[in-house]
Ligand binder design. Structure first.
Ligand code: ADP
Ligand code: MG
Length: 208
């Protein structure tokens, strides 16, 4: 995870602030865009202070900035996920399928352990779990990284689409019970925005 990749995600989250707030307005308290934008700004400040380009240190700095500056359930879950992802990286880590399998595995495990949610609960995990599945070794045979990125992005988009059909059982939206059906989950939407930005960055960097 390079500095430029993180910067691409920061920009995407800042530009989707109103969209994410609107989604959260429908089944939550309308602050998810604001929370993610606050996290993005804190991450940008942390990156500026960090001189090192070690991917592990970058993810640690960003994770800590998110935990310290973002309220709401998503902030602590994303922050803890980033710190867990940092643990599987070292200074030589490069974006490839085995690395992303480890990174998304660590993120999913950490978020599941903290939030006690799983696939089907209408949360960010409905996007993060399908991304992780795509990079598992049994799915990767014979496919190049670019193809896998496209597959993972499509799986993430389908995961978000499925959240529309689900009843929320975790977080604020759970209070709405059946009335939560028909709306996308805001955390699943932010997870797709983040992953789409990363895919765009990685694909561009291969072509450069
Ligand atoms: P809050 O709900 O505290 O206002 P946000 O609006 O920033 O926080 O984030 C809401 C998102 O957090 C939800 O859309 C959902 O994806 C995610 N979320 C909430 N609770 C959980 C949980 N227990 N496990 C995983 N994700 C969760
Ligand atoms: Mg909210």
């Amino acid at each position: 995870m390079t500095r430029d990749a993180v910067t691409t995600v920061i920009k995407a989250l800042l530009s989707e602030k109103d969209f994410l707030n609107d989604l959260d307005e429908k089944i939550g308290d309308g602050d998810h865009g604001l929370n993610m934008a606050r996290g993005a700004t804190a991450a940008a400040d942390a990156l500026e202070e960090l001189e090192d380009d070690d991917p592990k240190k970058i993810l640690q700095a960003v994770g800590n900035a998110v935990i310290m500056n973002v309220g709401g359930s998503a902030g602590s879950l994303y922050g803890a996920g980033l710190l867990a992802a940092a643990e599987v990286l070292d200074e030589n880590s490069a974006p490839d399928a085995p690395t992303l399998e480890k990174v998304f595995g660590a993120i999913v495990d950490e978020i599941q352990q903290r939030g006690q949610a799983t696939q089907g609960d209408k949360t960010m995990l409905d996007v993060l779990i399908p991304i992780h599945e795509t990079f598992k070794a049994e799915n990767c045979a014979g496919k190049n990284f670019e193809t896998l990125l496209t597959e993972a992005r499509d799986a993430a988009r389908d995961g978000l689409e499925i959240t529309k059909t689900l009843i929320a059982t975790k977080g604020r939206a759970a209070a709405l019970k059946k009335k939560s059906v028909g709306f996308e989950d805001p955390g699943a939407a932010s997870a797709l925005i983040i992953f789409r930005a990363l895919c765009g960055y990685w694909k561009d960097s291969f072509r450069a």
